[in-house]
Design a protein around this ligand. Structure first.
Ligand code: CUA
Length: 380
């Protein structure tokens, strides 16, 4: 990256709406206190740095060895008043810093009673947020003006949930729950990062925080599921790919990432680890989502987390519909335009594109390949 790009990126990062040159906007109730404490310590350090450095330079010049100036007969070894002063003043300052820091820390570490609760799962390399009604989303939606408590855990390694605009950062640890909280007074959008290096796609472990008016938030939550139900299945599937963070590792433009690309995949014969092959069909996709490390595509590491218990059957159907749409190995079942169909021939359901059976899948490989694939994976 060139210096120009770097400066550009920094400028964008620093000069967001409401931010200053130094800091992102203060978008939570605790942000002002954190910034105050930061600047207090910062300017205090600058003050003493300036005094010490300038006196050092001044004394070095003023009291340098010169002809005609002899060493004093007697060195000054002790000055009680001076020593008490330079001990008491820093002591008071350090106690003040500790007190202000401790207060701010306790405030940030203790969610107010009756906070609204959202569950957070960190996993390589995405965030999943589980709302009180069971809805799982890749973005953090929350109501404005209400304290929100995050109960967080990790599926694999240590991650760290970081929202600079809220001055909120907390580690997300496997095998235990950590909690943090925030209250965002204003409606708006913020960036959420992973702040703990967690592997190759660490830098892609980004999502958004969306703060709604409380009433809008409840409407969003109610509609979240049905919103996708009203879309064409393939479109909903594309949304699932981003909602569940699949795109972090799986390209849809043919590029090999941490995981194999998803385009032109459906209906193809795939070479697996251990020299087995599998026909990529509905069942293979389903197994790969729920039990991802059993039938690994050759050349890839088994690092994908399972989505068992997080993704619903219908959502898997949508993903499958989307993968069909972006695969040249799959042909849409031929459908005559409705008006050309004889009224008597229309038999309701039979006209709908089948999602279970694919008579038109190109038989690239022997049909027996699929049954072989359910055999146990190569452990080597
Ligand atoms: Cu998760 Cu870095």
């Amino acid at each position: 990256m060139g210096l120009g790009n770097l400066m550009n990126g920094m400028a964008i990062l620093l000069l967001q709406d409401g931010g200053s040159f130094w800091m992102p906007p203060q978008s939570s109730t605790t942000a002002a206190e954190v910034d105050w404490l930061f600047f207090f310590i910062f300017y205090l350090s600058i003050f003493f740095f300036a005094i010490i450095v300038s006196l050092t330079v001044l004394f070095a010049i003023r009291y340098r060895r010169r002809p005609g100036r002899e060493d004093p007969d007697e060195m000054v070894h002790h000055n009680l008043a001076l020593e008490v002063t330079w001990s008491i003043i820093p002591l008071i300052l350090v106690i003040a810093i500790f007190w202000a820091g401790f207060k701010a820390y306790m405030n940030m570490a203790t969610p107010p009673p009756n906070s609204y609760e959202i569950r957070v799962t960190g996993q390589k390399w995405q965030w999943l947020f589980t709302y009180p009604n069971g809805w799982v989303d890749g973005e953090l939606h929350a109501p404005a003006g209400i304290p929100v408590k995050l109960v967080m855990t990790s599926e694999d390694v240590i991650h760290s949930l970081y929202v600079p605009d809220f001055r909120m950062k907390k580690d997300v640890v496997p095998g235990r729950y950590t909690t943090t909280w925030f209250e965002a007074p204003e409606v708006g959008e913020h960036n959420l990062f992973c702040a703990e290096y967690c592997g190759t796609e660490h830098s892609g472990m980004i999502t958004r925080v969306i703060i709604h008016e409380p009433a809008d938030y409840l409407t969003w939550l109610e509609n979240a599921a049905s919103f996708y139900e009203e879309m064409p299945p393939a479109e909903a599937g594309a949304e699932m790919i981003s909602r569940f963070g699949c795109a972090q590792c799986h390209s849809v433009e043919g590029k090999a990432g941490t995981g194999p690309p998803l385009d032109n995949l459906f209906g193809r014969e795939e070479l697996l680890k251990g020299d087995k092959t599998v026909m990529v069909d509905e069942n293979y996709i389903r197994r790969s989502i729920l039990d991802p490390n059993v039938e690994l595509v050759r050349g890839y590491q088994g690092v994908m987390p399972t989505f068992q218990g997080r993704i619903k059957d219908q959502e898997i159907d949508w993903v499958i519909a989307y993968l069909k749409q972006i695969s040249e190995h799959y042909e849409e079942p031929l459908l005559m335009p409705i008006e050309e169909l004889d009224e008597t021939a229309v038999q309701g359901e039979t006209v709908e594109p089948a999602t279970e059976e694919q008579p038109d899948v190109e038989p690239d490989g022997p049909p027996s390949a699929e049954s072989e694939s359910s055999a146990e994976a190569d452990q080597a």
